[in-house]
Design a protein around this ligand. Structure first.
Ligand SMILES: Cc1ncc(COP(=O)(O)O)c(C=O)c1O
Length: 423
């Protein structure tokens, strides 16, 4: 039999078709949830199975099925590439009424997941341009692993290291280091996830204001990724909420509302950005999946989604986060030097094992062999022209799986960490 010829990849193919952190994470996570149910999954950004939330989506699906004509229309029809006009209208009315943002349907683009939305945005705004390579600047590392491999050209991403506040022996908070944040003419946009995946950090009101001021001064968009935050699922533990205004780009996903399977997100932006995104969407995807839009549209008529976040989803994760913190604190005790990032939102613990003698990637391998999946911290550091040791001492830990799984996983992690320190 003739050997299969080696796959010849284009430059874009080489960038996108090789291994990447996000592909490894999603493979690990997907296999743990399907092929290896004995794996303790503290890895992906999988939302938790929250009974009240699951009941709501089952009920909405039943309502959709009961209305035969609406159900048929949903499955049968391609939407326009910017999304269902009725959904865009309902979303704009919701954001105007509940959040006070000055938006209309023209400010709403539906995209097939925020992951896809970011790929389109980053490559629409930055990359090879007439005056050279334009960059997306991440002002606060560590930042979401899923952005790391989305650039279509070298030098398209750059990032700024945080100022690390050590609040006490076992607690840190990252801050934007405005001394180091320089907006040069090649910066096309800034982007921050808020709350941040992986750390659970939330920008302070002052940091948001200063980033907004910088972006206004330099005429570049400030992109805020609200996958875990405002307005839904609302997993923000403090009072402050970011506010969209013209010149900004906000991403809001249905995924962490318990609907990652519908692959639907919304980009809120100035009308020309929305039009450009939907034109790209037509080329890449024709249209969006419309089941998620159909499930959610009636809930946008009042404040039900906000209440669901406030009364069910946020308290669930807050309690889980506290539980996970306690388990880990008990297991690590004073056996080694460690700190957690303060929990201000999202679904993760960000653990810093100070002066960890092995790279976090090796600890990840040892833990995987013991059937515990975590994410080593270095995947969340990119856009740098030098190595940064700190994230090699860090792990991201998800606490959305059942409490017993979280507890076992964290206790095994503590055992392996102690072994690593003991050499
Ligand atoms: C910060 C952040 N942004 C975007 C995404 C992608 O979300 P989705 O593509 O499911 O909308 C995730 C997923 O975990 C995330 O954590």
């Amino acid at each position: 039999m003739k050997p299969t010829p080696a796959l010849q990849l284009s430059r874009t193919g080489q960038l996108l078709a090789g291994p990447s952190g996000i592909q490894e994470l999603m493979d690990d996570c997907g296999e743990a949830l399907t092929l290896h149910p004995d794996m303790r999954m503290l890895g992906g950004g999988q939302p938790a199975a929250i009974p009240e939330v699951q009941k709501l989506w089952r009920q909405r699906m039943n309502e959709l099925l009961a209305d035969g004509a609406a159900f048929d229309r949903t499955l049968l029809n391609y939407d326009p590439p910017a999304g269902s006009p009725a959904f865009r209208e309902a979303m704009a009315a919701f954001l105007k009424r509940e959040c006070g943002w000055d938006v209309t349907r023209e400010n709403i683009a539906v995209v097939p997941s925020s992951q896809t939305g970011f790929f389109l945005l980053f490559n629409m705004l930055a990359g090879e341009s007439a005056g050279g390579v334009r960059r997306i600047l991440f002002p606060l590392l560590p930042e979401y692993i899923g952005y790391a491999n989305q650039a279509l050209c070298a030098g398209q991403f750059s990032a700024v290291l945080p100022r690390i506040e050590e609040r006490d022996e076992h607690e840190i908070k990252y801050h934007v280091d405005f001394e180091k944040l320089k907006i040069t003419p090649d910066v096309a946009a800034m982007c921050v996830s808020c709350p941040t995946n992986p750390t659970g950090n939330v920008l302070t009101r002052e940091e948001f204001g200063r980033l907004r001021e910088l972006s206004r001064k330099h005429g570049i968009p400030l992109i805020i990724d609200n996958a875990y935050g405002h307005p839904f699922p609302g997993v923000l533990h403090g009072e402050w909420r970011p506010h969209w205004e013209p010149g900004m780009i906000f991403s809001i996903s249905l995924s962490k509302l318990g609907l990652p399977g519908v692959r639907t997100a919304v980009i809120v932006a100035d009308a020309p950005v929305v039009k450009a995104l939907s034109n790209m969407n037509a080329i890449v995807s024709l249209a969006n999946g419309n089941v998620g839009q159909a499930l959610v549209t009636p809930l946008l008529a009042d404040d039900r989604l906000l209440r669901l976040g406030r009364e069910v989803i946020r308290p669930f994760y807050q309690q889980r986060s506290e539980f996970a913190r306690q388990v880990l604190a008990n297991a690590l005790g004073d056996r080694l030097p460690w700190a957690l990032h303060v929990q201000e939102g999202a679904f993760f613990l960000w653990l810093w094992l100070k002066k960890l003698p092995i790279p976090a990637a090796e600890l990840y391998r040892r833990l995987k062999a013991r059937k515990v999946l975590v994410i080593p911290g270095h995947y969340f550091a990119y856009g740098l022209d030098h190595d940064w040791r700190h994230p090699h001492e860090c792990l991201r830990l998800t606490y959305s799986q059942p409490a017993s799984v979280v507890q076992e996983g964290l206790e095994i992690l503590a055992e392996e960490a102690v072994k690593a320190f003991a050499g």
